[in-house]
Design a protein around this ligand. Structure first.
Ligand SMILES: Cc1cc2nc3c(=O)[nH]c(=O)nc-3n(C[C@H](O)[C@H](O)[C@H](O)COP(=O)(O)OP(=O)(O)OC[C@H]3O[C@@H](n4cnc5c(N)ncnc54)[C@H](O)[C@@H]3O)c2cc1C
Ligand SMILES: NC(=O)c1ccc[n+]([C@@H]2O[C@H](COP(=O)([O-])OP(=O)(O)OC[C@H]3O[C@@H](n4cnc5c(N)ncnc54)[C@H](O)[C@@H]3O)[C@@H](O)[C@H]2O)c1
Length: 474
């Protein structure tokens, strides 16, 4: 057994692990980053980038299929092999290659390959022949797709986001299980690329949005395009010569039994922390199997252990993983002192069409506050020009101060308005302050202006009330 004694060990060389590495390696040479499986990060290899490459091909197919509306004819024939070849080419030669170039530059003595697990507090076994003893440990080990036992009989035909992008050709038909982020993004893309797609949800809602009217509208719009069973459960599966059979009971009691070439299971992800043997490290997992950490320091209470990225029970998105890796590193470096970080407002974008986005506090989190809601259809003259006038936008203002607290969006390229709102929320801006900026005509940003004006009008009586209170005080 070879023993390595270091000040810092980072478990995982994904986005959060590399974020931590870039900070710690500037301060000390006494560190090791342990990586199990291929380098290149989940985001670049099997996550953000290949999924967006697939969605972009699907968008092209969709535009061509609808081009008659603009008086333009096009064939729009999809060649599945070429779509997937191009996806892998771009992914591997650009995004993964970029990451691998960075990893290559990391000195060899900072890298260790193999699966880490705790054997005692401060001691990790890596594979069978190396022990790492570290004073501070950062767990940046990511997550993996969850697959429930009901899919075991059709396992040979099951895909996850880890395997979908490796297909030689698009399948003829696919059952997409789940109605979360991955299921909606990839399910819609596959449908638009000509794959016969059915989406099977569980709860009957699109949980990324929390206002009932927003959820309803999202369900209606996506349901009008896609073959969706939003609410129910998969009862059983089996395979025969025809393919993978899915037997599903809808919550209204009706059963649906259908056969597919492939089954894409997108029913959430589980943190890889459950494979680390953290109980040997002196820690206890929470109910979900994840370890809880202070979001401002990423420290696991009572231990010189920090956690970051999808391994946590916090928002599993790329920019948060990177931030958390760096926050964990700052706090590992200053341990036992803490360096609490100011976290950015939450921001999430689903790259469906229409896109779904949430920024700051979602409607459900504002139940106990006095708010007004700017609430409009997601349309403007520009959206009409694009033939993309569908969806809804809600912006939540503090009723008294007019400060923008959060927003939920469902609309064409909502990501851009979402980022403007994110800027406003980050800087605690009021609707009035945002309304003071110039807005070009005709642009999508006119919709932001309209929705803020709508919210301000609804605040009127609060402003009157505020004036009268101050008059009384005077
Ligand atoms: C299909 C898909 C699409 C996505 N799209 C987006 C998007 O559009 N925008 C967005 O913001 N986010 C998106 N995400 C989420 C984003 O990819 C993740 O939040 C981010 O990649 C998490 O980074 P991480 O460092 O926590 O984990 P990872 O990048 O997964 O890194 C963890 C690493 O740790 C390794 N590891 C695990 N256990 C051990 C161990 N015991 N020992 C050593 N090494 C170990 C793993 O092999 C892995 O390489 C998407 C995710 C998926 C799956
Ligand atoms: N655009 C983005 O930022 C983006 C894109 C893809 C993934 N991601 C990240 O990856 C994470 C994982 O995505 P995900 O879609 O796997 O998880 P998710 O939590 O978003 O969705 C999982 C869905 O599956 C449903 N479900 C669970 N068990 C089921 C069952 N047996 N049958 C039917 N439905 C079932 C759940 O109700 C839920 O709606 C996300 O939380 C997200 O942060 C982000």
């Amino acid at each position: 057994m070879k023993t390595l004694n270091v000040e810092y060990a980072i478990v995982g060389a994904g986005t959060s692990g590399l974020g931590a590495y870039s900070k710690i390696s500037r301060r000390t040479d006494s560190l090791v980053m342990i990586q199990d499986g291929p380098y290149g990060t989940t985001c670049a290899r099997v996550g953000c980038m290949p999924s967006k490459l697939l969605i972009t091909a699907a968008d092209h197919a969709h535009h061509l299929a609808n081009s008659e509306f603009f008086g333009v004819s096009a064939s729009g024939r999809v060649d599945g092999r070429k779509v997937l070849e191009r996806l892998r080419r771009e992914r591997d030669h650009r995004f993964v290659a970029n990451n691998l170039r960075y990893v290559d530059k990391i000195p060899a003595h900072h890298k260790l390959e193999g699966r880490a697990r705790f054997i005692a507090p401060g001691r990790l076994r890596v594979g069978e022949s190396v022990e790492v003893r570290a004073q501070r440990i950062i767990l940046a080990c990511g997550s993996r797709p969850a697959i429930s036992a009901v899919f075991e009989p059709v396992m040979a035909r099951v895909l996850t986001s880890d395997t979908l992008f490796e297909l030689e050709d698009l399948p003829r038909s696919i059952a997409v299980i789940g109605m979360g982020v991955i299921a909606l993004e990839l399910g819609q893309a596959l449908h638009r690329l000509g794959v016969e797609t059915a989406i099977y949800g569980r709860s009957g809602t699109i949980n990324a949005l929390t206002h009932p009217a927003m959820q309803q509208e999202a369900l209606e719009i996506l349901g009008a395009e896609l073959d969706c069973y939003p609410s129910g459960r998969v009862i059983s599966t089996w395979e025969d010569a025809e393919g993978a059979w899915i037997e599903y009971e809808q919550s209204n009691g009706q059963w649906v039994t259908r056969v597919f070439d492939r089954v894409l299971v997108a029913t959430g992800r589980v943190s890889n922390v459950d494979r680390l043997g953290i109980e040997h490290g002196g820690m206890e997992p929470g109910e979900s199997g994840a370890v809880t950490a202070d979001p401002q320091t990423m420290r696991c209470a009572g231990h010189p252990v920090f956690i970051a990225g999808d391994a946590t029970d916090q928002l599993p998105v790329w920019h948060e993983a990177y931030d958390e890796g760096r926050i964990a590193a700052d706090n590992a470096l200053s341990y036992p002192e803490t360096v609490p970080a100011e976290r950015r407002p939450p921001l999430m974008v689903l790259f469906t069409d229409p896109q779904i986005a949430t920024i700051g506090q979602r409607f459900r989190q504002l139940q106990d506050r006095e708010i007004v809601i700017g609430d409009l259809p997601f349309t403007s003259p520009r959206h009409v020009v694009w033939n993309k006038a569908q969806g809804r936008i809600q912006v939540y203002l503090d009723a008294r101060t007019g400060v923008i607290l959060g927003a939920e969006l469902l609309g064409y390229q909502a990501e851009h308005l979402a980022h403007l709102l994110a800027l406003a929320i980050t800087h605690n801006m009021t609707a009035k302050q945002v309304l003071s900026m110039p807005v070009y005509h005709p642009s999508a940003e006119e919709l932001l202006r309209e929705v803020l004006i709508d919210a301000q009008k609804k605040r009127k009586h609060y402003e009157v009330e505020a004036t009268s209170v101050s008059e009384e005080i005077a």
